[in-house]
Ligand binder design. Structure first.
Ligand code: ADP
Ligand code: GN1
Ligand code: MG
Length: 355
């Protein structure tokens, strides 16, 4: 148990249980229960990914306090438990950073939507988050990972990884490399429209997987958006697109049987309906580009998995050799499936926008 770490946080009671928890790829997460039955989430923050943890925690403190004033149910906003010295995190002797949140009680977190309604509720939660953050002074936020969804820069890093070929893996993934390189120009579209100002900069979450939203266990309504490490200025299309990538997929991110991996048009419609309902202020261009948002986020994620595979699996947590490659392949399969369904995706967006 992380007793020495936990004693630096003012918990209700003494910790009796501290167990690994969740399926995140970045932080190390634990569920903590005390002898007074208080429950918490303890996280070791990945400071190789987030190199300026004090700045990151400044963002999260500001965002959670801002949201706390705007929600009716107190479980609707994450609540940080400060360290005993008043800071929003604790740094241990080894230089590791830790933080504690209240555990969001009576809630569920899904790896896959059990019903279309679950997915709809996640769209409402992420859409509402973005709508609420519209009033937040964006310029005060630190950019916790510069160029996070800059697909043009992601291509540059990908090519550098191919050129370096540190582990001699490139030749065995030539098919995947070719797939990605042949789509480079189209995949720069969103970034270029961001640069030209044709797409508005908004405060966005940037990591809108279904398992980064909590639903109320009883009502199954969207309750709270979590994993706020990547909240930064960005495009609405990043948030919409990443949700489709993960949530409208018919199989898990690391499914080995690619025939099981497709994009469900029904789920695509459901999420689009929820997002447009929760974010009524999207511009016509944003709405028109929703399918491209989904495709770009999916391809970018596949490219990030492959880059990490080529570099020796140093970024994403992997559980076996080739895990990142399996993840890359599911994403590229999804992109191909979206290309097959492109006209229908555009039609669905049009129909849901007109309603
Ligand atoms: P990562 O950045 O590694 O994805 P997350 O912050 O998403 O880390 O946390 C990992 C998992 O832990 C989540 O998917 C969720 O299941 C669970 N979790 C995180 N915060 C809370 C919380 N406050 N209450 C309940 N569960 C939580
Ligand atoms: C990571 O932290 P987690 O597991 O919610 C990653 C996302 C990827 C996702 C792929 C900070 O998300 O960008 O889309 O894995 N987060 C970071 O599953 O890189
Ligand atoms: Mg997460």
């Amino acid at each position: 148990m992380n007793e020495t770490v936990l004693k630096h946080f003012a918990l209700k009671g003494n910790a009796e249980l501290c167990e690994r928890y969740g399926c995140g790829h970045i932080n190390e997460t634990y569920r903590v229960v005390t002898d007074e039955k208080a429950e918490y989430i303890l996280q070791k923050i990945n400071h190789h990914v987030f190199t300026d943890v004090p700045a990151l925690m400044e963002n999260i403190s500001a965002v959670t306090s801002f949201l706390a004033q705007r929600v009716s149910d107190p479980r609707g906003a994450m609540h940080l438990v400060p360290a005993t010295d008043g800071k929003p995190y604790y740094m241990d002797e080894a230089g590791e950073y830790w933080r504690v949140y209240d555990f969001i009680l009576d809630s569920i977190c899904l790896q896959k939507a059990e019903t279309p309604e679950d997915f709809y509720e996640s769209a409402i939660a992420f859409g509402t988050f973005q709508q609420q953050m519209a009033e937040f002074p964006a310029a005060t936020l630190h950019e916790t990972i510069p160029n996070f969804h800059n697909t043009v820069d992601r291509y540059a890093k990908f090519k550098a990884a191919i050129a370096a070929d540190k582990l001699g893996r490139a030749a065995s993934v030539q098919k995947e490399i070719d797939f990605l390189l042949s789509r480079e120009e189209e995949m720069g579209t969103l970034h270029n429209l961001r640069l030209s100002g044709e797409l508005p900069l908004r405060v966005t979450h940037n990591d809108t997987k279904l398992n980064n939203v909590m639903l109320d266990a009883k009502t199954r309504k969207g309750l709270c958006v979590i994993d706020l490490d990547t909240v930064m200025p960005g495009l609405s299309l990043y948030d919409y697109g990443d949700s489709i990538r993960f949530g409208a997929a018919t199989a898990a991110e690391d499914e080995k049987d690619l025939s099981r991996m497709t994009m469900s048009l029904d789920l695509f419609r459901v999420y689009t309906k929820g997002f447009l309902t929760a974010c009524p202020g999207l511009t016509d261009l944003e709405v028109e580009l929703l399918p491209l948002g989904a495709k770009t986020m999916t391809l970018e994620c596949g490219m990030r998995f492959l880059t990490d595979y080529l570099e020796g699996d140093t970024y994403f947590a992997t559980h076996y050799e080739g895990h990142n490659l399996d993840r890359c392949r599911t994403q590229l399969k999804l992109v191909s499936d979206m290309e097959q369904k492109w006209d229908t995706m555009k039609q669905i967006v049009k129909e849901e926008h007109q309603k």
